[in-house]
Design a protein around this ligand. Structure first.
Ligand code: AMP
Ligand code: MG
Length: 416
């Protein structure tokens, strides 16, 4: 029997929103040390309610404090549960999940970036799985900014960005998923879509580019397409960057004031604003119909650019973490290689009276010392940080900035 205090209930996945169906699905096969069904049912109902309240408060854009910020996975908080209702008008685009200060959030973001770099390195090295990130939003909501941030934290080897524009003549001559299929990630890659196949149920619907009976069928086609990707080892994350119409206008105005960004302005940006409500309706239906367990949608409050970057990066990191990538086994015998090519050098150097450097010694751990400032510092530091980032429900504080060597940072238990 599993005793109550020894397991994280969040991990047991017994309790999640959607109460009734979830309870049936789990069937109380796991009773986690509870002796009496009556007491358990009450507790489940209470916790169910608590999580629903919390999601409701978040959806309503209420600030919920630092505890919530740390405790809950963002992939869960911002995810649109399959089959759930969604009222985009009620989601506060100013929401920052308890983060009061941009400066503190940016520190958190820096750590996440390092973690992302290390995880992407692992994904690339493993070469078995891949990640597809679809970014959708109304104009000026920050797709470009998000891409600059997220892709900037990764090694360009193994990442790609693709922007989907108005389909070309050739693309239009094929089914709408034709051009998408050619751009999906290969094993080991992270690909970011700046707009995606969702345009074919968004702009196409709002502007009446094809008749309703055509776009209506596309939700199911998209679900099947994404299912196929997932079956082939691609993880699919979808983000809707949610801004208010007022914030959009502010951003357009800023573009007007900045000659370096005049090229970004088009009159359609303004005329499309007239269709704001239609777009919101189209997004709502697209998100509800295509948020699945295997390819979930996340609605990201995006009036604050720093929070948008933080939330997206955190969800990407959480997703990569859950993918449990492994470095491939070495194809050579490491011990033999070390003995054959490094010990000999060490012995020769000893004879000449020079101190051998680490990695050439017979008893060294083989890791080359890295001088601060070399490009590989970031990766090595990031790899060390990988081990230091807390698991779900755990908190880790780095006692000092990471040294540029591969040494492990000190773990300090948080007693707060
Ligand atoms: P931008 O992302 O600002 O460079 O603009 C790209 C434009 O292409 C946007 O206005 C999109 O709505 C449009 N677009 C992208 N995909 C499609 C599509 N499948 N059908 C029609 N328009 C599209
Ligand atoms: Mg545009």
């Amino acid at each position: 029997m599993i005793s109550k205090p020894t397991m994280k209930y969040q991990k047991l996945r017994l309790i999640k929103s959607g109460g009734e169906a979830c309870r049936k699905e789990n069937g109380f096969g796991i009773i986690a040390g509870h002796k009496k069904k009556k007491g358990t049912v009450k507790e489940v109902a209470r916790l169910d309610q608590k999580l629903r309240d919390l999601q409701h408060r978040l959806r309503a854009g209420e600030e919920t404090g630092a505890r919530v910020r740390r405790k809950y996975k963002y992939s869960k908080l911002f995810r649109v549960e399959p089959g759930s209702k969604l009222n985009l008008r009620k989601i506060n685009p100013e929401f920052t999940a308890g983060h009061k200060k941009k400066k503190a959030a940016l520190k958190e973001l820096e750590q996440l970036d390092q973690r992302l770099r290390a995880l992407q390195f692992r994904l690339y090295a493993e070469g078995q799985q891949s990640l597809l990130i679809c970014l959708q939003a109304l104009d000026a909501a920050g797709k470009d900014g998000t891409i600059i941030h997220v892709s900037g934290a990764m090694n360009p080897q193994g990442t790609r960005v693709h922007s989907f524009k108005v389909p070309t003549r050739e693309e239009t001559a094929h089914d709408f998923l034709w051009r998408i299929g050619q751009r999906v990630p290969a094993r080991g890659e992270v690909v970011i879509f700046n707009r995606s196949h969702y345009e074919d149920v968004l702009v196409v619907r709002v502007r009446g580019i094809v008749p309703k009976k055509v776009w209506k069928q596309r939700y199911q086609m998209i679900n099947e397409f994404e299912k196929k990707l997932v079956a082939n080892g691609t993880h699919v994350l979808k983000f809707f960057l949610h801004i208010s119409p007022e914030e959009q206008l502010r951003r357009f105005k800023k573009r007007l004031d900045d000659p370096a960004r005049h090229w970004k302005i088009s009159e359609s940006d303004y005329t499309e604003r007239e269709f704001w409500d239609d777009y919101i309706e189209a997004y709502k239906e697209a998100v509800i119909r295509t948020s699945t367990k295997h390819a979930p949608w996340h609605v990201i409050p995006s009036n604050n650019k720093w929070f948008r970057n933080l939330a997206v990066t955190r969800i990407v990191v959480e997703t990569l973490e859950a993918m449990n990538m492994k470095f491939p086994k070495p194809t050579v015998n490491i011990k033999n290689i070390r003995r054959k090519y490094h010990q000999v050098v060490a012995v020769d150097e000893k004879k000449k009276g020079r101190q051998p450097v680490a990695g050439e010694t017979e008893n060294g751990d083989g890791r080359q010392p890295v001088k601060a400032g070399k490009p590989q510092d970031a990766m090595v530091g990031a790899m060390a940080l990988t081990e230091a980032i807390p698991a779900n429900g755990e908190e880790t504080i780095l006692s000092q900035p990471l040294p540029p060597t591969a040494s492990m940072p000190q773990r300090i238990a948080n007693t707060a």
